[in-house]
Design a protein around this ligand. Structure first.
Ligand code: ACO
Length: 329
């Protein structure tokens, strides 16, 4: 059997958690279109819906831990060191997310409200407005799950060996840390900053493509049309930043980038993906670029946990083969 490079188009498991229609640009969580959930429910409420665990009532604690390194490394350390109770997996992931923000130690935990609101307040060291909290919750709902992407596959591989949940989540963090997956919003911010300074946006983008660079926030392995999450995030971003020149700039960069990508890749649809407006939205929320991947990962722990549970319930050990091809001398 010849398997395509990057496993493109290969189905390796069944799942009831989410479904992507890459041609039509539709994403559903357990049968519900993402558009019905974004802005309508909080990330906290999504957790039981996605994972099947009963909601855990009491306020989730924050652990103040001194952990070193970049935010993704901190997230991995918290996963490995915070106490894990098998009976309360949802409380564990919420505590990890909140404790991650607390590693910046800028502001005390407000103690009430949604996990996204508490996260934002602690991370940015200021009381977030209801609109800002609503926007981060919407982003977290959108970032919570996306079928068998690279990091979720890594979690399922770890789960298939019988690894405990925190260890499997660390596998997800590792896979998401790469620039082609969770690192894109940081690069989008850099692109928007460069565009702010540039006299000619099309020229700036063309120059990057001529150097063989990728335009971050565009292209996707599965979508052959605009990522529905990008559409939803664009609306949330526009609402939050209605007066800002950055919105106009982001839309201009998006339209010039799409035009250039169409010209250079006429046979492959390279459309806007979720990370383009994620980068812009997180900047509007004043989350610093180095915290973008970890903020995404905190939200994605929801989907990883759902896949962990599904894999443990029915899945066999994941153990494919490699064909031995000696190096030519
Ligand atoms: N900018 C410029 N060219 C691109 C881009 C891009 N963003 N994306 C794909 N291409 C080109 C490739 O250079 C390649 O061209 P070639 O055939 O002439 O060599 C062609 O399109 C196909 O690209 P692949 O890498 O084969 O596509 P793949 O499905 O493997 O990659 C990926 C998908 C990694 C998302 C890619 O589109 C990319 O690198 N995008 C930029 C990074 C990004 O935005 N990542 C976030 C994705 S969403 C997420 O992970 C949550």
């Amino acid at each position: 059997m010849v398997v395509p490079d990057g496993l493109e188009g290969v189905v390796v498991t069944n799942t009831a958690i989410s479904e992507i229609d890459g041609k039509l640009g539709i994403l559903t969580y357990r049968g519900r279109p993402i558009g019905d959930l974004v802005g309508e429910c909080r990330w906290d409420d999504l957790l039981p819906f996605l994972t099947g665990f009963a909601p855990e009532g009491a306020v989730d604690p924050v652990a103040h831990r001194v952990v070193e390194g970049d935010p993704m490394a901190r997230l991995a350390q918290l996963l490995l060191t915070l106490p894990f109770d098998e009976e309360q997996p949802l409380r564990f992931i919420k505590t990890v997310a909140l404790s991650l923000a607390a590693t910046l130690n800028r502001a005390p935990d407000p103690g009430t409200g949604s996990a996204a609101g508490r996260y934002l307040t602690m991370l940015c060291g200021r009381h977030a407005t209801p609109d800002e909290i609503h926007a981060l919750d919407a982003y977290w709902v959108m970032a919570a799950e996306h079928s068998l992407n690279a990091s979720t596959f890594a979690v399922r591989v770890a789960a298939s060996t019988g690894a405990r949940l925190p260890m499997a989540l660390v596998a997800g963090v590792a896979a998401l840390s790469g620039p082609l997956h969770g690192g894109a919003p940081t690069a989008v911010l850099e692109l928007l900053r460069a565009a702010e300074e540039a006299a000619d946006i099309r020229g700036l983008l063309a120059e990057r493509l001529n150097r063989g660079e990728r335009l971050m926030g565009f292209g996707h392995r599965v979508y052959r049309t605009t990522d529905p999450r990008a559409e939803a995030l664009r609306r949330i971003y526009q609402r939050l930043e209605s007066d800002s020149a950055m919105v106009q700039l982001a839309m201009e960069v998006e339209s010039q980038a799409l035009a250039l990508l169409r010209e250079r890749h006429p046979n492959r649809v390279l459309a806007t993906n979720v990370e383009f407006y994620a980068g812009a939205l997180l900047a509007a929320l004043r989350i610093s670029p180095d915290w973008c991947p970890a903020t995404f990962a905190a939200a994605r722990m929801a989907g990883w946990t759902a896949h962990y549970v599904e894999q443990r319930r029915g899945g066999r050990l994941i153990r494919p083969l490699a064909r031995y091809v000696p190096e030519s001398r």
